[in-house]
Design a protein around this ligand. Sequence first.
Ligand code: ATP
Ligand code: MG
Length: 335
Amino acid sequence: MKGIDYKVDVFTGIRPTQGLTIANVIGSVHTIVTLQREKEAGRPMVFVADLHSLTDGTPQDTQKHILDIVKDYIALGLDPKGCDIFVQSQLIEEIAELNIYLSRLVTISELLRVPTLKEKIKKDMDVSNASVLLAMYPIMMASDILLQKSKYVPVGDDQVAHVEIARDLARKFNKIFGETIPVPNVLSLGKPARIKSLSGGGKMSKSNPTGAIVLDDDISISLSKIKRAQTAFAGEMTDSLDSLLKIGKFVSNTEEIRHIDEIMVKHMNGENVMGELKGVINTSLERYLREFQVKKSKILDTEIEEVIKNGGEVAKRNAKETIQEIRKAMGLKYI
Ligand code: ATP
Ligand code: MG
């Protein structure tokens, strides 16, 4: 049907709240890097979600991290020549406009049932101090995805519900106003990952660095976090140990992975081998982080500014076209 083709095969974003964690890499960045490398992603699009960060930080804080996050993606293997990278606020007009239209299609109680918001309200805030922008997070995320007419959105487990909302909004819009917005899909290589915080509690997050392996940190800090990480009693398996293994295997080569598997056989047979496991993981992690940091240090700010300028032009063009079609479908005559 005319106007309903996808524009972008793979679309993903990250908030410039703090430096990236290894969980962001495993849950999200790695997927897009792999797809690009295997030439399965068409021309992927990646954006830095600075408007989403306004829910947590000051505008100054978020702007500070933008170049840094793009450098992270590139140092982690994303080839800037084979994708489009932009900053969310480059599309402020189109996003703000689509937010209005989509907001009409969601009820307040639906937003309050979104798991991420529910979790936040339970943990560190309540409805009296949670901002409307925070509640609108899934709507704005839908605007990001739908403006680019994205086909696949690689996300970690925590964001699957948000992509579901984007799908639902596209379907609702199309039902009311006619087929205009193609429905996006969740994409993960295997089951969406959910890496736990190393210090227990919830998931590993940029905004909670205590239990996180932060890629830019002094490497000794990360190694000592692994040494202190929660695991499991001999013979037992826990979510914490599972997350530690996911991290360990992610940064390891084939031989090291085999070693990890051997140690785990001993562990499941009741031997006390968690110290040995952490030693192996730390050897791999140290190398991984060192290689990343060296690669990142060679990327220039000017290079990134250029990438963002070019990517922003592509994303703006897509967003303008989509918003025109949406206005037309809705019959808005005076814009
Ligand atoms: P913040 O604390 O600022 O929300 P975050 O670590 O949750 O930071 P986001 O920018 O919200 O990171 O999410 C970026 C991507 O990383 C998303 O695709 C998300 O699903 C993924 N991700 C975040 N945390 C994890 C985790 N613990 N395990 C797997 N994937 C994750
Ligand atoms: Mg998050």
